[in-house]
Design a protein around this ligand. Sequence first.
Ligand SMILES: Cc1cc2nc3c(=O)[nH]c(=O)nc-3n(C[C@H](O)[C@H](O)[C@H](O)COP(=O)(O)O)c2cc1C
Length: 304
Amino acid sequence: MSDLSVKICGVNFNNPLIAASGTFGFGREFSEFYPLEKIGGISCKGITLKERFGNLPPRIAETEGGILNAVGLQNPGVDHFIEYDLPWLKEQNTVIIANIAGNTVEDYCAMAEKLSDTDIDFVELNISCPNVKSGGVQFGTSCESVGNITAEVKKYCKKPLMVKLSPNVTDIAEIAKSAEFNGADVISMINTLTGMRIDINSKRPIIRNNTGGMSGPAVFPVAVRMVWQVYNAVNIPIIGMGGISKWQDAVEMLMAGASALQIGTVLFNDPYAPVKINDGLEKFMEDNKISSISQLTGSVIPWE
Ligand SMILES: Cc1cc2nc3c(=O)[nH]c(=O)nc-3n(C[C@H](O)[C@H](O)[C@H](O)COP(=O)(O)O)c2cc1C
């Protein structure tokens, strides 16, 4: 029998399939399809210190092999999450990851401090947000600012800290090393790739925000490449995501270096995707006599 459970920072996941932030809400809608204990964990919709109404529509555009989104972090705020969503989530018998976002380092620290006194399992730092004190440059785009925000949040965070990398950078391995050096316990990657579509009749960008984040199967090879590069650069576990839509992708991402996986955009086509991917992965492992997920992690044999 193959064992699909994984342990990361002492936290046990029933299986390596985790719902990706922003594609699963706070889980309630999906619990109508299957018991949430069927998935390894849930990374909740990104929360901010105060509630946010998000961007004006259109916020999502379909693209070939993916979607472009600029939702703008619509969410009810951290206090509402703790009071209203978390008690329900904790009854679901799955790992709970609180994904946090902000526009100042102080916002992130305040949320990490509040969440440290709750029953969540991990804090996931979404650093693909503009830092208003640095002229709107995203936190995730330089080693210095990634190191700084990681070190500051770490001072307030009593939960394992997962830093979610942006792919919109020149050297992802250097960014990952900076997160690790400054206290990240886990790396999750990748967030969306910045993209744009234009309506040729109106000449207007399709997304009201002009640009948006690209996700879905089209980004998968980029995500695999980046996970592999980071696996070769750091010693902390990686949770891999970006375009995973079938069990073969899951195997590939694990081979590139991931210890667990997040599943996002495919959920919009098929809410059962994580359950199906898990079943396919289990069969692959049994057929190939692989007894644990860790045997797959980083097992790619690169050409010389
Ligand atoms: C509609 C939508 C909303 C998202 N919201 C968030 C968010 O709030 N926080 C975050 O860290 N990532 C967010 N993401 C990024 C995903 O968690 C994930 O990193 C990305 O979509 C790549 O994985 P995928 O191709 O499997 O979707 C969002 C993605 C989509 C499509």
